[in-house]
Ligand binder design. Structure first.
Ligand SMILES: *Cc1c(COP(=O)(O)O)cnc(C)c1O
Length: 387
């Protein structure tokens, strides 16, 4: 049996895969089993921040691999402590809990938002406001947090305690922010929900209400974080001071890691025994993540912004493009064609792109993609959309 046949027989059928088996690559170029070349505008859904087999990242991982691969969280290890320091310096947050994925990071955020409120006010203030078209993960609780009805079928009962506000609807936000609410949780740019930018006015209103009512601000930076929008975290594009930040995807450069970053208000909330993870803060993954995060200086982030502008300027000139959304190297494209048809046609022509929320083509290229790779990919994208 070939890989596809083995997969169809032995892998549970939760994914609709494209008809291609990728075997190797370098930077933003990938090859399939037959040796066909693809330009990668997906970076593994925003995960391979520095592309395929980045040498600095690989060296960092390999070096740690030769020292110790895992110790359990009963002992100190250097990589996770150093990574936490870097993340705090870049975000202004105070300390970090490491998990293995975005959903787990959000679970941690939800737990400690509730605990903060319980410690301070007692019972009855456990509700969290999330937004329509948000996406927060696939566990029962993070599915409940996800503000899309299509995710709220099949697996009931879901975790209680979420109220959904229409994204960018300030009046509804005011109505929902009652005394039973401990937190507001959102993505500054909704990724899976369609690359939807929240309005500055809405984000400012969240900040205002949160301050007035001691409601915590949880920013889900799983997709938007780690340089993706041209700032280290997307909230840094706004005047927003979150209490909890969650991140994952691009943080590890391709290995699984998630993080919950806590601000000043939460300084006494996380107590010994209140949370844990067997693999969280794994030294190999953390060593790789350090090599990613420490290269994201202001010059690097300015390059991300410049490449984002270059790409969106080009896309504006493509006939049939109706709207472009996103920020930096997180780009949503609305056309009059079906987005998944475009993605399939791009694949045939040697370009990997993503979709979001049925109607959008989504680009999440590696942050270090070079201009030759960008030009090659954009040429294909234009041909496919204009065909
Ligand atoms: C991908 C994603 C998640 C879930 O992350 P996993 O690592 O798949 O659990 C949560 N929130 C946002 C915004 C995401 O994009």
């Amino acid at each position: 049996m070939n890989t596809k046949e083995l997969d169809d027989k032995y892998i549970a059928h939760s994914y609709g895969r494209f008809d291609v088996c990728l075997t190797k690559g370098k930077g933003s170029v990938l090859y399939d089993e037959g040796g066909k070349k693809y330009i990668d505008f997906t970076s593994g859904i925003g995960v391979n921040s520095f592309g395929i087999c980045d040498e600095i990242w690989r060296d960092a991982v390999e070096e740690q691999l030769g020292k110790v691969q895992h110790t359990s969280n009963l002992y100190y290890t250097e990589p996770c402590a150093k990574l936490a320091k870097l993340l705090c310096e870049k975000s202004g947050m105070k300390n970090v809990f490491f998990s293995n994925s975005g959903a787990e990071a959000n679970e941690g955020a939800i737990k400690f938002a509730r605990k903060y409120s319980f410690d301070k006010y007692g019972e009855g203030r456990h509700n969290i406001i999330t937004l329509t078209d948000s996406f927060h993960g696939r566990t029962i609780t993070t599915l409940a947090a996800t503000g899309q009805d299509e995710f709220h079928t099949d697996f009931a009962p879901f975790t209680q305690g979420f109220k959904y506000c229409k994204a960018n609807d300030i009046d509804e936000l005011k109505k929902l922010a009652t005394d039973d609410v401990c937190a507001i949780m959102f993505e500054c740019i909704q990724g899976e929900g369609g690359v939807n930018n929240l309005s500055v006015e809405f984000i400012n209103e969240i900040a205002k209400i949160a301050k007035e009512k001691d409601i915590l601000i949880i920013v889900d930076e799983v997709q938007t974080g780690n340089g993706r929008t041209g700032k280290f975290y997307a909230y840094q594009n706004y005047s927003l001071c979150p209490d909890i930040v969650t991140t994952a995807k691009g943080l590890g450069g391709g290995l699984p890691i998630g993080a919950v970053l806590f601000g000043e208000k939460l300084s006494t909330t996380v107590t010994p025994g209140s949370h844990g993870s067997t693999f969280g803060g794994n030294p190999i993954v953390a060593a790789g993540a350090i090599s990613i995060v420490e290269r994201m200086d202001e010059k690097f982030l300015a390059d991300v912004r410049a490449k984002g502008k270059y790409i969106t300027d080009y896309i504006k000139s493509i006939k049939g493009v109706k709207d472009i959304s996103g920020m930096g190297l997180m780009i949503g494209i609305l056309t009059d064609k079906n987005a998944s048809d475009i993605a399939k046609e791009c694949l045939k022509n040697g370009l990997l792109v993503l979709t979001a929320h049925k109607n959008k083509v989504r680009l999440l290229p590696a942050l270090n993609i070079n201009y030759n790779e960008i030009d090659e990919g954009l040429k294909t994208l234009k041909e496919v959309i204009e065909k």
